[in-house]
Write a protein that binds this ligand. Structure first.
Ligand SMILES: [Zn+2]
Length: 61
């Protein structure tokens, strides 16, 4: 993992929801299942790795 692309993701709980977060400032949607939030995080990291020039916070399709 190159340190120039710090897309380190984690999940955090907010009330009864769980959402994914990334060191780049991206935040995923609130999910009822932590497994879903993890999927969001993995998807974000994959897209970010694919498109290093994409601006942080850009909506993910
Ligand atoms: Zn990121």
């Amino acid at each position: 993992m190159p340190e120039s692309a710090p897309h380190r993701t984690s999940t955090t709980e907010r009330g009864s929801f769980c959402l994914a977060r990334c060191d780049c400032g991206w935040t995923g949607m609130a999910r009822r299942a932590r497994s879903q939030a993890r999927t969001d995080a993995e998807r974000h990291a994959a897209v970010a790795h694919d498109s290093p020039d994409a601006a942080p916070g850009r909506p993910v399709e």
